[in-house]
Design a protein around this ligand. Structure first.
Ligand SMILES: [Zn+2]
Length: 240
């Protein structure tokens, strides 16, 4: 005897229908419509609605019953739409493989795109730039990943660039475009002869439809100048 969850048929039909509709509407947030994405969306829905089991072969009459339940179909449709959005915006392992069955060409994922952060490191008594300092950008206690290998974190300061440092953090996934979130960054600085110091700054970001990979120079945040004090001076002050 085999049992079968009638909801599978209904949900599969509903999810496939939604994918076709969203593709026709050319929704910007749809990143992929391959078989795996569809199966993930179907699982998402099936895990959120009560199953309805029947013995295989006796399904026909029940099937008609379910397919004509308009409230049930409306509910499934709403859950399926949520699932489709979430699956479409979540990076999953199989997506590093070529998406042979995917007909959506755009690589669009809702993302929090960061501007570049620029700051200067100065000596507290001379206001001269400090070179050779190690500057580390952190978010939630961990070093922040940069957009690509051309950016370093930790980065280093140089005399020739007047103690400047710049970061470009890699985008973070958002559920949808227009989401607003405040990111609290931390900068950790180590420079020889100076006290180790920590600085904090907040960046409010509104998510975009796509992940940005081109640098817009207008899109930059200047962090307050960071002033470091020599260790000896600091220690003398402590003794006085
Ligand atoms: Zn896919």
């Amino acid at each position: 005897m085999n049992v079968h969850n009638m909801m599978e048929d209904l949900v599969t039909a509903e999810v496939n229908g939604l994918y076709e509709q969203v593709k026709r509407d050319k929704a910007a947030w749809l990143s992929c419509d391959c078989k795996n994405c569809r199966l993930d969306t179907i699982s998402y829905v099936l895990n959120r609605i009560p199953p309805k089991y029947v013995v295989s072969g006796r399904g026909v009459t029940h099937s008609n019953e379910i397919f004509s339940d308009h409230q049930l179909i409306a509910d499934i449709s709403a859950v399926a739409m949520d699932g489709l959005r979430i699956i479409s915006s979540t990076k999953r392992p199989f997506h590093s493989l070529p998406r042979e069955e995917c007909e959506v060409q755009r690589e669009e994922n809702p993302s929090f795109n960061f501007p570049t952060f620029t700051g200067y490191l100065l000596d507290g008594s001379t206001f001269e730039p400090i070179s050779g300092a190690k500057v580390l950008l952190k978010l939630d206690g961990s070093p922040v990943q940069m957009v690509d290998m051309t950016w370093a974190n930790p980065t280093q300061t140089f005399q020739s660039t007047k103690g400047a440092f710049t970061f470009w953090a890699s985008s973070l996934p958002a559920v949808q475009a227009g989401e607003s979130r405040k990111f609290e960054f931390e900068i950790e600085i180590e420079a020889e002869g100076y006290e180790k110091s920590f600085h904090y700054f907040d960046v409010p970001i509104i998510s975009d439809k796509t992940k940005k990979s081109e640098l817009n120079t207008a899109c930059s945040i200047k962090i307050r100048d960071i002033v470091l004090f020599k260790r000896e001076i600091f220690e003398e002050d402590m003794q006085n």
